[in-house]
Design a protein around this ligand. Structure first.
Ligand code: MF3
Ligand code: CO
Length: 254
């Protein structure tokens, strides 16, 4: 069931989104070769607590295997849900960060992909096209249009350029919970509801250098490319109004 948001509720989500983007602006300079990913997570948990929020990912998921961190840090062939660890970021790594904040019951969700040190031209191009896919998808999110227009925009930008579009994981409704209806695919398939005023969704293309096929590691979380090729991920939380669409999270990259 899709839970539409009224103006006051969108404002609550907007404040949560602004906090999340402010966090990212301070975090980004720390994401560089030599930094341990667990350090980044500790820093993030502290930042969110001090700001008066709660990390929305921490403890999320099945009781038997709750997500153990505030950040997802997915490096190179890791697509999403990489768990912070003693691993140090290396020169040339493609580092995807994903985070959410619960601020007074209002949930935000944003992901970015950072090139640590110097990456190859092909990897940089993957990152650029994935970010373009995000903004094309958002450009297709309009009241009165159907949801799969987003997928058509994302897929139509990535696939002709030879990239793989991840099909097994999607964007989603967000705001009262981290994952709400509807699913927001990047690959045009599945239910295709009309987008209406009050719809708040996370648009999040996951684009691969090779095929779009993925696998889940034994930790139950880390999603990796099936062919071990690199992957990038960009995400904004957006709100649809009758006459315009607003990006609630902010641009944080330089
Ligand atoms: N932004 C991520 C997503 O939409 C949320 C991470 S799931 C968590 O899939 F379990 F790690 F919280
Ligand atoms: Co998300």
């Amino acid at each position: 069931m899709i839970r539409l948001k009224n103006e006051k509720q969108v404002e609550g989500i907007r404040v949560s989104c602004r906090m999340l983007s402010a966090m990212y602006r301070e975090l980004i300079p720390l994401v560089k070769p030599g930094t341990e990913t667990l350090e980044l997570d500790k820093w993030t948990q502290n930042w969110i607590k001090k700001a008066g929020g709660r990390p929305a990912f921490l403890g999320y998921g099945p009781k038997s295997n709750p997500y153990p961190a505030a950040l997802c840090i997915s490096i190179n062939n890791e697509v999403i849900h990489g768990i912070p660890s003693r691993r140090k970021i290396a020169d040339g790594d493609l580092v995807s960060l994903d985070c959410g904040i619960d601020l007074g019951g209002f949930i935000s969700d944003q992901a970015i992909t950072i090139e640590a040190g110097r990456v190859s031209e092909a990897v940089h191009a993957l990152n650029v096209v994935t970010k373009e896919c995000l903004y094309r998808g958002i450009g297709a999110a309009k009241a009165g249009d159907r949801l799969l227009q987003i997928a058509r925009a994302v897929h139509g930008h990535a696939a002709p350029r030879g990239y793989g579009v991840v099909r097994q994981f999607c964007g989603h409704g967000v705001g009262f919970d981290l994952h709400e209806d509807p699913q927001v695919p990047n690959h045009p398939h599945g239910p295709n509801p009309k987008m209406t005023r009050g719809l708040v969704i996370a648009v999040e293309p996951m684009i691969n250098l090779g095929t779009g096929d993925v696998e889940i590691l034994e930790d139950g979380w880390t999603v990796v490319t099936a062919d071990d090729n690199l992957s990038a991920h960009w995400e904004h939380t957006i709100a649809i109004f009758s006459d315009h669409t607003e990006i609630l999270t902010e641009k944080v990259d330089p």
